[in-house]
Ligand binder design. Sequence first.
Ligand SMILES: [Zn+2]
Ligand SMILES: [Zn+2]
Length: 224
Amino acid sequence: MAKSERCPICGVPLKAENLRRHLDDTHPRHPGTPALRERLRQEGRFAPAPRTAPRVRLRKVHIAFLAAVALLGAGAYAVSPFLVPNNSFSIDSCIRDPDVVYHIHPRLSIFILGNRYPIPYNIGVTATCTRPVHTHDDGPASGGYNPSTDPAIIHVESPVARAFALADFFHVWRQIFTPTQILTYANDGTNVVSMTVNGAPSTAFGSLVFDDGQDIVITYGPAA
Ligand SMILES: [Zn+2]
Ligand SMILES: [Zn+2]
């Protein structure tokens, strides 16, 4: 039968074998607790039992927390299409300047048999609608481009942060771009469509995701 003791910190009567647990539960941060724990350990009066119960409880709390976060996340995901005002937004939507939260400027050049193909101003811009992917009609003096000598500056402006691809630009332009055809120029055994992105060959073609400052070059000419 274990002898009775008192807690040296609060004086409450305890069984000796319960002193360690009492210290941990009641005085975990008392300045005297570490020294008492050490004394108990050295005296071998207390085998430091693994505190499995609290540890399991902690894990349950963690699991409950993670489950709650996952549920909230899933809920927000399920509900978000009904909260976002632009839930029906697409490449064919018109944008309004005040709504634009995402605005990047990739550059595009098209070379046909060695000559720069001029990419027009105001692709995707009419008096009543500006598409999320478009070109502007401002020249080099106002930060724009000269279609006959410069890469076109493509404006990607969107009320939702989402990826736009090179195919979106050709969709708005109503021109053909596939791995085997650019505009009216199709692979013919001599000349082929090829593409570089920031100087490196790419086979992404229309699926290339636009990035700010990207330098995209589409070439139709003799196969390398
Ligand atoms: Zn714009
Ligand atoms: Zn812009």
